[in-house]
Design a protein around this ligand. Structure first.
Ligand SMILES: NC(=O)c1ccc[n+]([C@@H]2O[C@H](COP(=O)([O-])OP(=O)(O)OC[C@H]3O[C@@H](n4cnc5c(N)ncnc54)[C@H](O)[C@@H]3O)[C@@H](O)[C@H]2O)c1
Ligand SMILES: O=C(O)C(=O)C[C@@H](O)[C@H](O)[C@H](O)COP(=O)(O)O
Ligand SMILES: [Zn+2]
Length: 367
């Protein structure tokens, strides 16, 4: 088992990474506030892993709260089911919520923990690659609004993140690829050497090679912990973790939550950010294409949805959380491995990025 740390003063917490941690009481029990525990999970993950977690927590008063599965359920009514479950089982302020599942469960359980009786403890046990490398760390919690992704939420840190890498054995291939989009993101924004490592280990990662997955998860969590440790509430550098997300969130919202997986939308959005960075003269064609090829090798979509016009994108992007005083800010790449957050670009560069024929671009790249 490896242990990393998110350093946030009195809100610091460990990230445990290893195979079989669901069975390791010593990673979970010391972080419980009391005897009451509510496990928030969903109808897909519960049959796979809830029994094992319950055995690990034997002796505790445990309430399972099983939510419907899917991004389309990341909203108020599902959150209400969490509060119903907590109140019906008389959970008090010393209860601990455990999020057992992917990023949807983690974001909602974390937000519920931030709100229930004005705040109770919570622990993240992420079971998708995406949630193990990104969403379980850093304390962004919340739900979607029909007009915008993650628009209602809170910064609320967990007490611990327990990553059982063995849970990835049951993850569908499409979901594994979605997680790789966020892994590649760290290479693009802050670690060019990680990009090189990913290029040589992509096949191993997709074949679920345990050593490769553990290294990718640990490097990703370390990168995220570093950024969150210096900018918990996204007043600066944390926004670089949003590479590809302004375009990607527009895709998710426009297409209907769940039609494109979050990681898939981030992949296509990252291609758009790579292209815009090239248009601004910050990346050369070869660097742009290197990023695109890596996303392709991860099994991700690299062409935005054909039915979305430039105006569709602009409409959704206008409500992005990085908009300040009506000015859109984007995460772009100065070079591979170095991101900037900037609103200082000519509108024509954005317009041309949105007007680009990505299908034709991919044909050119593959020849
Ligand atoms: N808070 C953050 O910092 C942050 C960061 C990135 C993404 N997110 C959010 O995370 C969400 C995406 O998370 P996700 O990609 O984990 O999607 P998800 O939570 O929808 O999980 C993907 C699918 O895999 C299933 N699943 C989970 N674990 C499994 C396992 N071990 N075996 C088999 N099936 C399993 C789920 O039931 C679901 O059907 C989005 O809502 C996104 O906005 C949040
Ligand atoms: O932790 C962060 O900060 C991120 O931006 C990580 C993203 O991968 C994640 O999708 C996050 O939920 C996006 O946040 P938002 O504030 O743009 O909704
Ligand atoms: Zn994301």
């Amino acid at each position: 088992m490896q242990t990393l740390q998110v350093d946030l003063g009195e809100r610091s917490y460990p990230i445990y990474i290893g195979a079989g941690l669901l069975d390791r009481a010593e990673c979970i029990v010391p972080h419980l506030a009391g005897r009451q525990v509510a496990v928030v999970t969903n109808e897909t993950v519960a049959p796979l892993y809830l029994k094992r977690l319950s055995q690990t927590l034997a002796g505790h008063e445990l309430t399972p709260i099983v939510l419907p599965d899917g991004e389309v359920f990341k909203h108020w009514e599902t959150l209400q089911k969490v509060f119903d479950g907590l109140l019906e089982a008389r959970h008090d302020r010393r209860t601990t919520l455990i999020a057992l599942g992917g990023g949807v469960v983690g974001d909602m359980a974390g937000f519920a923990a931030a709100c229930y009786q004005r705040g109770v403890d919570f622990i993240q046990i992420p079971t998708t690659l995406l949630s193990q490398v990104d969403s379980s760390v850093g304390g962004k919690t919340g739900i979607n609004h029909p007009l915008g992704k993650n628009m209602i939420g809170a910064f609320y840190q967990p007490k611990a993140v327990v990553i059982d890498t063995a849970t990835l054995a049951t993850l569908p291939e499409r979901e594994l690829s979605a997680g790789l989009a966020e892994v590649i993101k760290y290479g693009l924004i802050c670690d060019e050497s990680f990009l090189g490592w990913l290029e040589t280990h992509m096949a191993a990662l997709r074949a679920l090679d345990a050593a490769a997955l553990t290294e990718a998860i640990a490097r990703s969590c370390a990168a995220k912990a570093r950024v969150v440790g210096v900018d918990e509430r996204e007043s600066g550098v944390r926004a670089t973790l949003n590479l590809g997300h302004t375009f990607g969130h527009a895709i998710e919202t426009h297409m209907g939550y769940g039609a494109w997986l979050h990681g898939e939308a981030v992949a296509a959005g990252s291609v758009m950010a790579l292209e815009m960075s090239r248009r601004l003269g910050w990346l050369g064609e070869a660097e742009r294409d290197r990023g695109i090829r890596l996303l392709q090798h991860a099994g991700l979509p690299v062409v935005p949805p054909a039915q979305m016009s430039a105006d569709d994108f602009l409409g959704h992007m206008a409500v992005d959380k990085k908009v300040l005083g009506g000015r859109l800010r984007l995460v772009l790449l100065r070079r591979l491995g170095e991101a900037v957050v900037t609103g200082d670009f000519p509108h024509e560069a954005l317009q041309a990025t949105l007007d680009t024929d990505y299908r034709t671009l991919m044909e050119q790249i593959s020849h």
